[in-house]
Design a binder for this molecule. Sequence first.
Ligand SMILES: Nc1nc2c(c(=O)[nH]1)N[C@@H](CN(C=O)c1ccc(C(=O)N[C@@H](CCC(=O)O)C(=O)O)cc1)CN2
Length: 291
Amino acid sequence: MSANIIDGKAFALSLRERIAAQVADFVAAAGRKPGLAVVLVGEDPASAVYVRSKGKATVAAGMTSFEHRLPADVALDDLLALVDTLNVDPAVDGILVQLPLPGHLDELAVTTRIDPDKDVDGFHPVNAGWLATGLEGFVPCTPLGCVMLLKDQLGDLTGLDAVVIGRSNIVGKPMAQLLLKESCTVTIAHSRTRDLSSVVKRADIVVAAVGRPEMVKGEWIKPGATVIDVGINRTATGLVGDVDFAGAASVAGAITPVPGGVGPMTIAVLLRNTLVSAGRREGVAINEVAL
Ligand SMILES: Nc1nc2c(c(=O)[nH]1)N[C@@H](CN(C=O)c1ccc(C(=O)N[C@@H](CCC(=O)O)C(=O)O)cc1)CN2
């Protein structure tokens, strides 16, 4: 069997076009553009690339991008003071502090300082709570992007057996919550799961988000399963995911590549969340079903 390759780049592009169309409607109704503020602390090269891409994509969608760069040795209080300013800035609908932060900065202190109503990353515990109770809040971009790709590929996910490998607050846990919301039977596996290969083997949907290069092997995959690879690992041979792509692609029904799979969805969904935030703040209806 040779898997269908899920083209996340193309899906993200079409999502960004749909967002741009609704941004134009929002601007006509509200008389202003949605605004996204992105904060980058330090010089991490990958983070710098992501922040630049976010700025460009924000402007391309017709929104305003506010970019704030702080030195790597910035004091926590100064970073929190910037977040406080953005929280009360009426032109800012979404606030994102790029992660990871330098080691001396407490990520939880920073993410919990962001107004939950502007938390377009969906990392604030208030938004995690909304997601866990199945109510409306902001959902983290990468897992929401994964669910969009899954639904586009499989349609209704009801009753499917899903295994999420990884239990991070940013991807693993929200991913599991979203799959539960789609009525999947969900297992969260992790580095200490016993007999991981057997757990994965029974899954119709495998989401790999462990941060270990090519850890998930082709032999672990049930024939015909859909494999979503969230990993982005820089190795001597280049960029690879958490899944052994060649091995898994020979067994799976569909699989996301790295690059070009889940990654591009992260930024597209960030734009979606920013537009949704702007709509909520201005009382302008956004057609979320069309996004
Ligand atoms: N505050 C946040 N920080 C981080 C997030 C996040 O959602 N919010 N996610 C990641 C980084 N990230 C966005 O910030 C991101 C990662 C990857 C991609 C992407 O398009 N990847 C490409 C490969 C690009 C490359 O060569 O690196 C792909 O997979 O095709 C976009 C955004 C951590 N931090």
